[in-house]
Design a protein around this ligand. Structure first.
Ligand SMILES: *Cc1c(COP(=O)(O)O)cnc(C)c1O
Length: 357
């Protein structure tokens, strides 16, 4: 098996050390002689993993006092519902920057009054709307910081007169976040934080319990905050891998070090897209994501699309097909993707240009 360059959009590439350590734990969890698959989640050794994982989240993202991190099933998609049930009392405003944002809004509309203050649907979500006004009389303003499908990103915490709620599924742990601006940050782990099967939620504990509706036990963040994400059986293996991924990230120097690496990878690939006569980027330049880089064949060269796909596959590139709603190509440069992976993709693009220019 040759070494592949994995650009999958999610589930995504994870650090090899996290995979190797998990394989070891699957054989023998912490020298107990029992597989990670078979341990009780009530054993002390497991408590330590949960504690370490929570502590790493807090340390890496500088999560202030008053916030708790919980690990949940149901993916980011269940968070669309849960976030609105727990925080929407009268009204909520959403920024519609893509399909995920739209799905989040739709769930909120089933719960109460929710609307989009702005949308970039007019240009197939290829940019982040600007100049909109966030109403002051809403319970929260919901944003999707990274639009995985379209390759656009809100790269800085925005100023808002009301608390923010953010779906950060696909750019969490790639930059510093001022958590204090948010009532809730959530996401599926499988884009940058770990494998599929677990979602994370960073919640402002004080802001909970303010809605008048009945909250089913499992859909109430307080249940999971109070029980330290062990109200019911947690997704043990997924959390284990996430913890190993966070340990790797810390070892690499933490968020700022990771951010510098991520920015350099993205700049490398965008520079090639802008230079190479065969390709163009699809996202507005000022809104380009450092995580998902979307590009298509240049006008007049569309006939080369399938050929480039084959060419790149032959050079061990995996997962660069664009989402069907955008077409072309998408390279996801999540944390575990290396500069070498990006350089290999750039080299393939350059060779391909020489063959066809
Ligand atoms: C992938 C993705 C989701 C959906 O995540 P699931 O865990 O599959 O429900 C939601 N939002 C964003 C931004 C995503 O990238």
């Amino acid at each position: 098996m040759g070494k592949k360059h994995v650009f999958n959009a999610g589930p995504c590439l994870l650090p090899q050390v996290a995979i190797d350590n998990t394989i070891e734990a699957l054989r023998d969890f912490k020298g107990t002689g029992v597989s990670l698959l078979s341990i009780s989640h009530r054993t002390k050794g497991w408590d330590e993993v949960m504690d370490e994982c929570r502590a790493l989240w807090k340390e890496l993202l500088c999560i202030p006092e008053g916030y708790e991190v919980v690990f949940l099933g149901g993916g980011a998609s269940l968070q669309f519902l849960m976030s609105s049930m727990n925080f929407l009392e009268k009204k909520a405003a959403y920024l519609e920057t893509g399909v995920w944002a739209k799905k989040a809004l739709k769930e909120a509309q089933g719960v109460g009054e929710a609307f989009a203050v702005a949308s970039s649907a007019d240009k197939n979500y290829s940019y982040i709307p600007k100049g909109y006004v966030i109403p002051k009389d809403v319970d929260y303003f919901h944003i999707t910081t990274n639009n995985t499908i379209y390759g656009t990103e809100i790269r800085e915490d925005i100023d808002s007169p009301v608390p923010l709620i953010a779906d950060m599924s696909s750019d969490i742990l790639s930059r510093r976040v001022d958590v204090s601006k948010y009532n809730l940050i959530y996401g599926g782990a499988q884009k940058n934080a770990g494998p599929a099967g677990v979602a994370f939620a960073i919640v402002k504990v004080d802001a909970l319990g303010k809605v008048s509706r009945h909250l089913p036990t499992m859909l109430d963040y307080r249940t999971h905050v109070d029980k330290l994400s062990m109200f019911n059986t947690p997704p043990v293996v997924s959390i284990y891998v996430m913890n190993e991924t966070l340990k790797w990230l810390k070892g690499l120097g933490g968020i700022d070090a990771m951010h510098a690496i991520d920015v350099k990878k993205a700049e490398t690939l965008y520079a090639e897209i802008d230079r190479n006569s065969l390709f163009i980027g699809t996202a507005a330049k000022e809104d380009r994501s450092i995580m998902n880089v979307c590009f298509v064949m240049a006008p007049g060269r569309e006939d080369l699309q399938d050929e480039f796909m084959k060419f790149a596959t032959g050079r061990d590139m995996v997962g660069i097909k664009g989402h069907r709603s955008v077409g072309g190509f998408r390279a996801s440069l999540y944390n575990a993707c290396t500069q070498e992976d990006v350089d290999a993709l750039v080299a393939a693009m350059q060779e391909f240009e020489k063959l066809h220019a």
